[in-house]
Design a protein around this ligand. Structure first.
Ligand SMILES: [Zn+2]
Length: 451
């Protein structure tokens, strides 16, 4: 029986009704929160349990990222030859579809490792990744899974199937998803999960979609796909198939309560209704959307319809509060209306909907809240408010006051991954140095692919 007693925290529960409870603690036991109460009561009740003193910090559930790409880590600071990229299709062609081709197995592993360090330091304990490495497809998800296991985080993986690397690339992509999903049981790491990755409608023929559905039929999995990130995805679908993207995907059996569509920016109201009807998850990535200048999804409209819109980072830093801030600002500017994307709406995505999505991958115990029986995924945040802080105004404190560097301790399934800003599972100096060497080589290959 593995126990850890957290004391002297200000618990932020993120329960259905959020609560902030001072002078309190948590007993973590065998990966779960086994007890909650005042520090004094818990100390008396569990005198033998090793203690971790939160020293008055906020003790919160770890952050959840609903959509990310570890493989993008080596793009940081990379030059893209030629004229500035003019739109999202240009960015795909000239940046991402060259960078992913330049990745070898070892790069896949190290790009994951640097993202995992970033996640631990920023208190992001659950991530849903979407991977591509066309010249190193086979076992690529194992490279990431090994890194994840070493790090100790909770991660769901998928390989993006796409037609852009020919029929062999399609088959290898399908095989990689199937192989990995089958291997999960044997791996025996309950913190790993998976779904079936697909790039986007515009890079997937009907034959490929059918082959993926067929390959996934015995796997009890949904799909994880980009949708209408740019108008080009809708134009392509209308031109080739006479249907809008969501209708095409619904007809192909891709949507449903286990499937995730990332972005959904250029969908129309009928597509929204169909997303709702099929119970499909949507993820919103405002930093990426602003960076690619692709527009602002109607997240409030989707939330009002009851579509579970979640918050991801699309490969930006794993500091999810940065994504909160971007979501809060983007919709106000896009609509020139300061009433848009309130703190409550952002928390609905980042806290409640992300927690529900995590629960789809890890149904054994609730994730994303502090409650007896919930997963022991907990962070300490060294935030001492200069204005009154309540359960109700916490989202605005997060948006205007929190910095990612305030995270001092990160715990996943009861295991401490960072304590007082010291990483305990990963060697940051080694990984950083090696990553810098590998990234330089990736950049050289990228340049060759660009010329
Ligand atoms: Zn993405």
């Amino acid at each position: 029986m593995e126990q850890l007693l957290i004391i002297n925290g200000r618990l932020v529960t993120w329960g259905t009704e959020n609560e902030i409870i001072p002078d309190s603690g948590l007993l973590l036991q065998d990966g779960l929160i086994a007890d909650m109460g005042s520090s004094a009561a818990l100390t008396a009740k569990y005198p033998a349990a090793p203690q971790l003193d939160a020293r008055g910090q906020l003790v919160m559930p770890g952050n959840i990222c609903a959509h990310t790409h570890f493989y993008g880590a080596f793009a940081r600071g990379m030059a893209i030859p030629g004229t500035p990229m003019k739109d999202f299709p240009d960015i795909l062609e000239r940046l991402w579809w060259r960078l992913d081709r330049a990745l070898l197995d070892v790069d896949v592993q190290y790009s994951a490792l640097v993202c995992l360090i970033d996640a631990i330091k920023h208190g992001t304990t659950t991530l849903i990744d979407h991977h591509a490495s066309p010249n190193a497809i086979n076992n690529s998800l194992d490279q990431i899974a090994d890194a994840v296991t070493l790090a100790g985080l909770r991660v769901a993986l998928a390989y993006e199937v796409t037609d852009r690397n020919g029929p062999l690339g399609v088959q290898e992509g399908i095989d990689e998803n199937v192989r990995f999903l089958h291997s999960l049981e044997e791996r025996g790491n309950p913190l790993l999960a998976g779904s079936f990755g697909l790039h986007a409608s515009l890079s997937l023929s009907n034959e490929t979609l059918a082959a993926c559905v067929d390959a996934a039929k015995d796997l009890d999995t949904g799909f994880h796909i980009h949708v209408a990130e740019h108008e080009a995805d809708e134009y392509d679908s209308l031109y080739k198939y006479g249907q809008r993207v969501i209708h095409r995907l619904a007809d192909a059996d891709i949507l449903g309560p286990k499937s995730i569509v990332a972005h959904a920016i250029h969908i129309d109201p009928a597509e929204m209704a169909l997303l709702h009807e099929t119970g499909t998850w949507v993820t919103h990535q405002p930093r990426s959307n602003m960076n690619n200048a692709v527009g602002a999804a109607d997240v409030e409209g989707m939330l009002r319809l009851g579509i579970p819109v979640c918050l991801g980072n699309d490969g930006f830093s794993n500091a999810m509060w940065e994504e909160w801030k971007a979501a809060y600002l983007l919709h106000k500017l896009a609509h020139r209306d300061p009433r848009r994307a309130s703190g409550t709406a952002v928390a609905q995505m980042a806290i409640y909907n992300n927690a529900a999505l995590a629960g789809m991958f890890w149904p054994q115990a609730p994730i994303g809240k502090l409650a007896v029986g919930a997963a022991a995924d907990v962070i300490f945040v060294d935030y001492h408010a200069t204005t009154p802080l309540t359960a109700g105004n916490l989202p605005w404190h997060i948006i205007f006051g929190f910095e990612s560097s305030l995270v001092t301790t990160t715990i996943v399934a009861g295991k401490v991954l960072m304590r007082d800003r010291q990483l305990l599972t990963l060697d940051e100096a080694e990984i950083t140095a090696r990553s810098r060497e590998l990234a330089a080589q990736v950049w050289q290959r990228f340049e060759k692919l660009s010329s």
